[in-house]
Design a binder for this molecule. Structure first.
Ligand code: NI
Length: 392
């Protein structure tokens, strides 16, 4: 079966590169993936796959029926949105839209979804159950997966695979990770309300800037002294505003930031832990506060059985030298985690690093991929899908 999958992929490889370049040249921002979605739907229909459009606003779902001897449904998820970045690569298929670029490789992901659909649609009787292809919008704003789930894209799904390109892994190789792959990411906003006064008479005022400084410092120190160091937290205050004049004590300060964590229990306790610290400081110094804590996405926890299927598929297809077991999770966020609330799944990293340096990071205006990775990704996904039915 592996040989057959590799042969079909090799035959369609030029077409896949064409597809990827088309999508790359026509990027669309999160939630506005209308043309991409229509294009995806067209390609899926042309391989005889049942297509549903406008799932999760601008998402697309394709379903391959298989022989239906097995009632499990395997989902394969890819994302389609681009970023508000002005492309600075010199490729001749560079973005034709000023200020919008596929700088996170979602053009490659969409192509992988389509390529896998093309390959699996040719395998006919080898697929005993259904495969559902999810082409989601708005991953960059961490909303698309929720939209897809709300519209029933995960209904009856038994397992899900996902993939993200990774420039620090060389093309033709893949990265596999057991357990935590990405972090939970929440948004934090704190308002501190003090009382204004003359800069020379601090005893007659409540200095919101000084209390904000205490809040930031205490939060950072408390992470190191009150939290389990083996369950990391990163708390970054990226915005601070307040005050009116150099000689006037500020009455209000707004702090805003992001909170990342890996352990589910730590994640669950974070809002209360932060509130206790802020409340105690504000009470001590006579201020009041308001906290807006918004849950973003949970962490991606890869399922051991499905991860093993991905690992075995990759080792058989590419040899041990091209399969990396990723040693550490990332504190980045990925809304693939939303699907994992519905069914177990696993996400792998697809190497897109070029042999010639430099390989710019994701979200960089000169980010480029080695397109040979497309075939690697398609074979890995298609073969893992095959093994899902035949191993477990
Ligand atoms: Ni991405």
């Amino acid at each position: 079966m592996l040989t057959q999958i590799k042969d079909i992929t090799e035959t369609i490889a030029p077409r896949l590169i064409e597809i990827r370049r088309h999508i790359h040249a026509h990027p669309e921002l999160s939630g506005q993936e209308y043309q991409t979605a229509a294009y995806v739907a067209g390609v899926l229909s042309s391989c005889g796959i049942h297509v549903q459009e406008a799932v999760g606003k601008t998402g697309v779902v394709g379903e391959l029926k298989g022989t239906q001897e097995d009632n499990r449904i395997l989902a394969i998820r890819t994302d389609m949105d681009a970023l508000p970045i002005q492309e600075k690569t010199k490729v001749d298929f560079a973005s034709r839209k000023p200020g919008i670029m596929h700088a996170c490789g979602h053009d490659v992901h969409t192509t992988l979804g389509l390529g896998t659909a093309m390959v699996l649609s040719q395998l006919g009787k080898s697929l005993p159950g259904k495969i559902r292809f999810l082409f989601q919008p708005a991953e960059e704003i961490a909303q698309g997966a929720s939209w897809m789930v709300q519209d029933g894209a995960m209904r009856d799904v038994s397992a899900i695979f996902g993939v993200h390109v990774f420039p620090s892994i060389p093309a033709r190789c893949v990265g596999i990770r057991y357990g935590a792959l990405t972090a939970a990411a929440d948004d934090l906003e704190i308002y501190i309300q003090g009382e204004s006064g003359h800069g020379a008479r601090p005893h007659e005022a409540t200095d919101a800037i000084w209390i904000a400084a205490q809040v930031i410092t205490t939060l950072q120190q408390a992470i190191s002294r009150t939290q389990n160091p083996l369950r990391p937290i990163v708390l970054t205050i990226g915005q601070i505003s307040g005050g009116m004049a150099p000689n006037v004590i500020a009455d209000q300060v707004r702090l805003a930031g992001t909170v990342r964590s890996l352990h589910p229990q730590t994640h669950a306790n974070l809002p209360q832990w932060i509130e206790n610290i802020v409340a105690n400081l504000c009470q001590t110094y006579g201020a009041t506060y308001k906290i807006n804590y918004r849950r973003g996405v949970p962490g991606v926890q890869n399922d051991p059985v499905l991860t093993q299927i991905l690992e075995e598929a990759s080792r058989e297809a590419w040899g041990n030298d091209c399969v990396q077991i990723i040693p550490e999770p990332s504190l980045g966020a990925e809304d693939f985690a939303i699907y994992l609330e519905q069914a177990p799944g696993s996400m792998f990293r697809l190497g897109v690093g070029k042999p010639e340096k430099p390989n710019h990071p994701l979200h960089h205006p000169e980010f480029e991929v080695d397109e040979s990775a497309i075939s690697t990704g398609v074979v890995t996904l298609a073969y893992a899908a095959y093994k899902y039915w035949h191993n477990s």
